[in-house]
Design a protein around this ligand. Structure first.
Ligand SMILES: [Zn+2]
Length: 471
């Protein structure tokens, strides 16, 4: 009996639940039938919540990162002012010197640069001492002024000709540069000046500029004035590199007057010094002195702790101008090194190193503007487009000089390829090369140079193009 009573109670309870559920369903169906938007509203409400949540998350993710800073450093070869050069610059009507016509074709390459560095391979010892060329140089002050007007911001002064007119010549040179507002490094008028690192803020990148020379052509550095010339001395260089870093330099540019004259490749001493400089903090090394171009490369060195450090070096940029006539002495270039500072990490990397090949052309003794820096690729391009003012013989000369410069200096460097998928980059480069080849069926654009492709000469089209390296 007790058992049956329990069963009956259970049945009554279940019955009540079923009725409640049925009522609830009925109310639900009634509501939906009378208001079909209810489902949509419910759905949208859930979605809006999702979107709000996603937006809230995105706001955290999309917080802007500090942007990278990209600057470019332009370098040129030696401004080696022979007597023919200052005679060319002399205007007999005004009695003044004007070097600017010599630079007119290449001035544009200094327009969009963050900083441009040149080597003043002469002295500005004053007119009263008489202007002179080889072997002891003394040039008109206007040379420095015109280099500045062209776009040079810093002139390096430690080189084998800086004492050509003695200490007073060295001193006057620096006074003139100060008067013109041209920054300088390499020679000094006091110990204090020598120990003051030339530091520039390049769009927020604190950059140090240093300069050293192998010697002074046998002219002794006056005793008591040992500070006047920065000689290549590893201990001294390391001291200055350390000082630059202590003073907060994020980027260090070192100009080196080194190597062997007329040699188209670095000596083992240059290679050893480049390694030493990069190991101790140099990021960009601008080499000069050989009167001819030498190669450029990215160099990776191993530090004492086993980690590696990378730096860029060009061993020589040749003569920016001179009156030299030997083979390769008229071949030069305007170097452009692109440096990136990572906005988030502060890390400094060399993105690219490209160059404009230039030829120092002599229009002849009697020409109004005797010496003229020729923009080699521009002349080739214009000539092939039928719009050149230059003759076919100059066009032919430009092609052979271009070949020489590219062969010596090497391919342009693009390190940005390393950070992305390398194979994609090679494919991309190959596509551009193919495009150039296609274009060349008509008129040629300009030479395309990449680190992953080698330069060849296509005889059938009489122009240069690039072909993938076959591994
Ligand atoms: Zn020199």
């Amino acid at each position: 009996m007790a058992r049956r009573k329990k069963v009956r109670k259970l049945n009554v309870f279940l019955g009540v639940i079923v009725i409640i559920v049925l009522i609830a369903i009925s109310i639900g169906i009634y509501t939906l039938v009378n208001n079909p938007n209810a489902i949509t509203a419910l759905w949208n409400k859930n979605n809006v919540n999702d979107v709000n949540q996603a937006q809230a998350q995105n706001e955290v993710v999309e917080e802007p990162l500090p942007e990278d800073t990209v600057i470019n450093i332009v370098g040129i070869g030696d401004a080696l002012c022979h007597s023919q050069n200052f005679k060319d610059a002399y205007n007999s009507e005004t009695g003044e010197y004007d070097f600017s016509p010599m630079f007119k074709n290449v001035t544009k390459y200094f327009d969009d640069t963050t900083v441009a560095v040149g080597n003043l391979e002469t002295t500005l010892a004053g007119a009263d001492r008489g202007y002179s060329g080889y072997p002891t140089f003394n040039s008109p002050d206007e040379l420095a002024y015109d280099l500045k007007e062209m776009g040079i911001d810093i002139l390096t002064t430690a080189n084998n000709h800086c004492l050509d007119k003695g200490y007073t010549g060295l001193e006057r040179t620096l006074n003139v540069l100060d008067d013109y507002g041209i920054a300088h490094t390499g020679t000094s008028r006091s110990e204090e000046e020598q120990n003051t690192i030339l530091m520039k803020d390049l769009n927020g990148i604190k950059t140090a500029f240093l300069c050293y020379t192998y010697g002074t052509n046998g002219i002794p550095i006056p005793s008591g004035r040992e500070y006047s010339v920065n000689l290549i001395d590893k201990d001294f260089i390391k001291e200055q590199l350390d000082k630059a870093k202590e003073e907060g330099a994020e980027l260090i540019v070192v100009s080196m007057h080194w190597g062997a004259e007329y040699r188209l490749k670095p000596t083992t001493e240059q290679e050893d010094l480049a390694e030493f400089l990069i190991k101790n903090g140099a990021d960009v090394i601008l080499g000069n002195h050989s009167h001819v171009p030498e190669p450029m490369e990215m160099k990776t060195v191993t530090l004492d702790d086993g980690t590696t450090r990378e730096g860029f070096v060009i061993y020589s940029m040749g003569n920016f101008f001179s009156a030299q006539t030997d083979n390769y002495t008229r071949d030069t270039l305007i170097l452009n090194v692109e440096v990136r500072k990572n906005g988030a990490t502060g890390e400094i990397t060399i993105d690219k190193a490209t160059y404009t090949p230039v030829y120092v052309y002599d229009n002849g003794k009697n020409a109004k503007d005797r010496y003229e820096l020729l923009d080699i690729e521009q002349i080739i391009k214009d000539y092939e487009a039928g719009s050149s003012e230059y003759s076919q013989s100059i066009y032919n000369l430009m092609k052979s000089e271009l070949n020489k410069i590219v062969e010596i200096v090497g391919p342009e460097i693009d390190n940005t390829a390393k950070s992305s998928d390398e194979s994609d980059t090679i494919n991309e480069e190959q596509n551009i090369v193919n495009e150039v080849n296609d274009e060349a069926e008509g008129e040629l654009g300009r030479i395309v140079r990449f680190p992953n492709v080698e330069i060849c000469q296509n005889m059938s089209h009489d122009y240069y193009y690039e072909k993938r390296k076959i591994a």
